[in-house]
Structures are given as structure tokens and as C-alpha cells.
Design a protein. Structure first.
Length: 189
């Protein structure tokens, strides 16, 4: 279940959905989808770079916001917003996705509750903005079957592959940001 938010699956789905929008000549939807993905992923990257700069604290509460939780909430909630769900149902189902994905990350010991709350909240906020922005456009958009095929093909083909994006973010954060963000303890003589 937790792999549904892995970047090996999420990034190809994001790209595939964008390509479906372009092929269908749904230019506004393609632009809105790209903006949602860039905004959500960019904000998560900035949060991770900031919080991971100093390494894990001894009693961590918020060290690395959950990218799996944010990505799954954003992508699957964004896809659901393309359906004819009303706003309340969209909110409930997207919140359920965030809770389920967050629970898996905490249960596996990858994140704290606060880290999945941050990831889920960011995902929900991005979906809410996407849904608001594209409200009314869904009437003219019908290639849901094409998008489902993209999701199925990507899911099957990417099974078992896990890119190590998290360690690259940690390394970059510590290399470029730790000198400004981390307080060094005074030298003891």
C-alpha cells in the first residue's frame, strides 16, 4: 500500500496524465495539472531541504515531511477531482487517501505522525487549489479511461523499482544548507 506514493510510481503517473491531457488537446487541464504537480512537489522539496539540513534530531518530531503522503494525496486526489464527485465527497475521499498513506508511513517507522500530517495537509491544499481552479472544466473532459490505462500500465511496469530520491535530497540539503541552518555546539576544551 505504501508504494502507491513512491516516486517510481508517482512521477510516471504525473507525466502520463499530463501527456493524456496534451494528446486530448486539453491545454488548460494540462497547464493546471502541471502547475499542481510542480507546486506540490516543489513545496515538498523545499520543506525537505530545510528540515533535513541538520540531520535527524535525537527526539525528532518533524525531520522529513512525508513525500509519499503528499504525493499520493496530490496525485490520486487530483485524479479524483476530474470525476463528477461533489466537493464534500472529494474532500472526504482525498482525506481518506492522506490518512491511509500516512498511517502506512508511520506504521512502517519511516515517519512520525507530525511528518505525515504535514505531507497530507500539503497534498490536500494542492488538490483543493487544483479542484477550485479547474471547476467546471470537467464537463468538457472525458478521457478518464485513457488516464486509468496510464495509471494501470505505470503501476504494473514500475512494480519493484524504488528510486533513492530521499537520500539525494538529504545529501543536497546537508551539503548546501547545513552551514546556514544548523547551530553548532560550542567547542569544549
Amino acid at each position: 500500500m505504501t508504494n502507491a506514493g513512491d516516486q517510481a510510481l508517482i512521477i510516471p503517473i504525473e507525466a502520463g496524465v499530463f501527456i493524456v491531457f496534451l494528446v486530448c488537446r486539453c491545454w488548460r487541464m494540462a497547464a493546471a495539472w502541471a502547475a499542481m504537480v510542480v507546486a506540490g512537489s516543489g513545496l515538498m522539496l523545499m520543506l525537505k531541504l530545510y528540515f533535513e539540513a541538520c540531520g535527524p534530531a535525537r527526539h525528532r518530531v518533524l525531520y522529513s515531511p512525508s513525500g509519499h503522503t503528499m504525493a499520493a494525496t496530490m496525485v490520486y486526489g487530483g485524479l479524483l477531482s476530474l470525476t463528477r464527485l461533489n466537493r464534500a465527497a472529494l474532500l472526504v475521499v482525498t482525506l481518506a487517501i492522506a490518512l491511509l498513506m500516512g498511517w502506512t508511513r508511520v506504521a512502517l517507522g519511516y515517519h512520525t505522525v507530525m511528518e505525515v500530517v504535514v505531507g497530507g495537509a500539503l497534498g490536500l491544499a494542492v488538490v483543493a487549489c487544483f479542484s477550485q481552479w479547474t471547476q467546471g472544466w470537467q464537463k468538457n473532459f472525458r478521457p478518464v479511461l485513457s488516464i486509468l490505462c496510464v495509471v494501470a500500465v505505470v503501476g504494473i511496469s514500475m512494480r519493484g523499482w524504488h528510486p533513492n530520491i530521499e537520500s539525494a535530497i538529504q545529501s543536497a540539503s546537508r551539503l548546501y544548507f547545513s552551514q546556514w541552518e544548523c547551530k553548532r555546539p560550542p567547542l569544549q576544551e
